[in-house]
Design a protein around this ligand. Structure first.
Ligand code: XBP
Ligand code: MG
Length: 254
């Protein structure tokens, strides 16, 4: 039986990366007097490394910018702190919005008694900033929030989903996960959680072979998403009835 929906944040609830985190990282570089700049294309490559601090350390390493491992850690922490503050201000100013169908599905799932949770690599402050700006009441609807602080092993490691399932007291087969990336899908699928992918420009060509359904977004009445793989979408959008049907099919296939 379907009991819970578990949502990734970055790229899934909102398009946070290109015009949010990327720009915030660049502002932190300027603040620190660094000439580094992450273009839209380069950031797409860097996104393969999950976690902002990890991404910064990876960049310093591959570009031979900082030799010493301890110094890379120190600088990454300092830059990440500044970046998180820039990101918060940007979200408050309206730089990122929820993706199509997200608010509708959260409301409907809550009204129908499904449990809602978050499983993300992003920092907790970013989740609060996004919901406070975009859908403040939803913070009270979330039973469990698993974030970077709860799971140091970042996606594709399944640690954050393990944390969330443990806190919810649910089995993988009682949930649906929502992800936008191959890293996220691998994290959820490693535990056997059926997963819906809503891809974006950075992730559309990634490997989603293990997804229950691959869509451009969750859709809205009158504005159906593009479905590129997986189970059929009956109507215009992903709603709770559709999820219950997919869930039964995904579990039966297992
Ligand atoms: C998200 C991430 C995060 C964000 C930035 O991945 O990898 O690092 O890019 O947030 P996912 P932080 O959507 O798969 O959870 O800087 O707080 O890490
Ligand atoms: Mg994501």
């Amino acid at each position: 039986m379907l009991r819970a929906l578990i949502f990734d944040v970055d790229g899934t609830l909102a398009e946070t990366e290109r015009d949010g985190h990327r720009v915030a990282f660049n502002r932190a570089f300027v603040d620190a007097g660094l000439s580094w700049h992450w273009s839209v294309a380069e950031y797409g490559e860097l996104l393969r490394v999950a976690g902002g601090r990890e991404r910064l350390r990876h960049y310093m390493r591959i570009r031979d910018l900082v030799d010493d491992d301890g110094e890379r850690h120190r600088l990454a922490s300092e830059l990440h702190k500044a970046k998180t503050e820039h990101y918060r201000r940007m979200v408050e100013a309206g730089a990122v919005a929820l993706r199509p169908g997200v608010a509708r599905l959260l409301r409907e799932a809550r009204d129908q008694g499904l449990t809602l949770a978050i499983a993300t690599t992003t920092s907790r402050a970013n989740i609060d900033a996004l919901f406070e700006h975009a859908l403040p009441q939803a913070l009270d609807w979330l039973e469990v929030i698993g974030a970077a602080e709860d799971a140091p092993c970042k996606k594709p490691d399944p640690q954050v989903y393990e944390f969330v399932l443990d806190r919810l007291g649910l089995k993988p087969g009682e949930c649906f996960a929502f992800e936008d990336s191959a890293n996220g899908l691998r994290s959820a699928a490693a535990l056997g959680i059926p997963t819906v992918i809503t891809f974006n420009d950075y992730t559309r060509d990634q490997d989603f072979a293990y997804a229950a359904c691959v869509l451009s977004d969750l859709g809205e009445p009158g504005a159906p998403p593009l479905r590129v793989a997986g189970l059929d979408l009956n109507g215009d959008c992903v709603d709770v009835a559709q999820l219950r049907q997919w869930h039964a099919e995904a579990i039966a296939e297992d």
